[in-house]
Design a protein around this ligand. Structure first.
Ligand code: HEM
Length: 128
């Protein structure tokens, strides 16, 4: 059997597909939106878009059927960088995602792959 790849849907499927992602997204969203340091960045955001964003974020990180380019992520966050978004905020979001995955029984091996995908977004999100 070949290794899981972020290029296909295997991680996404392995954690349970859309149903699992939906549950994980709700928990991830709750954590992010309970963090006083992160809340200000979401204050002017449309709640519906935020949920969609979190879902997209996770689907992407799991290698699900969604694809973002660095340019899209840069464009989506550049106003936040101007408002003070830094590595500290990125790290908190990354930790919340990993926490939720861990709490839902996702293996260390899969979590490491997912974390590396999240890491690949850092420079674009922070407009560097
Ligand atoms: C791996 C890292 C990240 C990914 C893949 C990601 C993904 C996305 C995407 C795809 C959008 C655009 C959604 C749309 O179509 O409007 C978006 C918007 C946004 N993201 Fe992120 N994001 C990441 C990190 C962060 C971080 C660290 C923060 C702040 C702490 C953040 C806060 C926001 C906010 C506030 C919006 C705009 C929502 C709105 O204006 O309605 N994101 N993100």
């Amino acid at each position: 059997m070949r290794m899981e790849s972020v290029e296909d849907y295997s991680i996404f499927n392995k954690i349970g597909g859309r149903g699992a992602v939906h549950l994980v997204v709700e928990q991830f969203y709750d954590k992010v939106m309970s963090d006083k340091i992160l809340i200000p960045f979401f204050e002017n955001a449309d709640m519906q878009i935020q949920r969609g964003k979190m879902k997209a974020f996770l689907m992407m990180a799991l290698g699900g059927p969604i694809k973002f380019t660095g340019k899209d992520l840069r464009h989506a966050h550049v106003h936040l960088v101007k408002a003070g978004l830094t590595d500290e905020h990125f790290d908190r979001v990354a930790v919340y995602l990993d926490d939720v995955l861990e709490q839902n029984g996702v293996t260390v091996e899969l979590r490491e792959i997912i974390a590396s995908v999240v890491e690949q977004c850092r420079e674009a999100v922070l407009d560097r």
